[in-house]
Ligand binder design. Structure first.
Ligand SMILES: Cc1cc2nc3c(=O)[nH]c(=O)nc-3n(C[C@H](O)[C@H](O)[C@H](O)COP(=O)(O)O)c2cc1C
Length: 190
């Protein structure tokens, strides 16, 4: 039986992106964002939803740039802190001892310790209500070498990405492989 649970967003799993930028004073800042995901393959783009009240939004809009950093389980507390404190009154990089490293191609810092980072140029923005939708064109992708598989792609088991469950305010870990894409459905092909 399926039940109407009201309009809400238990989109499981939601990512744990730490989105980083330089604020209007040039300080590295950032926030946790679970509202986001890939939205185009060519050009490669990631969309995020950032509430208008967030300190980080001003820096992103001023510089038209941000980075998306995928948190690993190891940095759960640091990533969560980026979702708790505001860059208006805290330096979250200093507080967590995470390293902001200037992007090669965009005016935004990436987080050195996190396994995967994307440098993004803002190519679209739209006021959706509480949140501003930002579409970032990915101009560079970074991955820690020890997270790569034999073909040079990040291996999810090695990345150990944090996963967030909205409504439950809880982080989860990724489970194991359960099937092959573009393949498991072939049994229904005539
Ligand atoms: C798990 C989690 C997910 C979050 N997702 C978002 C999000 O998608 N968009 C957003 O604007 N804020 C989100 N937040 C809240 C911000 O990260 C939080 O308000 C942060 O302190 C804002 O920092 P800032 O003012 O320095 O930009 C999330 C917080 C947590 C803990």
């Amino acid at each position: 039986m399926k039940k109407d649970i009201g309009v809400s967003l238990p989109v499981y799993p939601a990512p744990c992106f730490v989105v980083a930028a330089y604020d209007e004073e040039g300080r590295a800042c950032g926030l946790m964002a679970a509202w986001g995901g890939v939205c185009c393959s060519e050009p490669p783009c990631i969309a995020i939803g950032v509430a208008k009240t967030r300190h980080t939004l001003g820096g992103i809009m001023a510089r038209r740039a941000f980075t998306v950093n995928i948190s690993s389980e190891q940095y759960l507390a640091e990533a969560d802190y980026f979702g708790l404190a505001s860059g208006r009154d805290r330096d979250k990089f200093a507080d967590t001892a995470l390293t902001p490293r200037r992007g090669d191609l965009v005016d935004a810092p990436l987080i050195e310790e996190f396994p995967i980072s994307f440098e993004c140029e803002v190519v679209h923005s739209a006021d959706l209500g509480s949140h501003t939708l930002l579409v970032g064109k990915v101009v560079k992708t970074w991955a820690q070498e020890d997270c790569l598989d034999g073909t040079g792609s990040p291996d999810p088991v090695k990345v150990r990405p944090l996963i967030f469950a909205p409504r439950r305010a809880t982080y989860y870990a990724l489970g194991g492989e359960v099937g092959r894409a573009y393949s498991a459905g072939k049994k229904f092909q005539q």
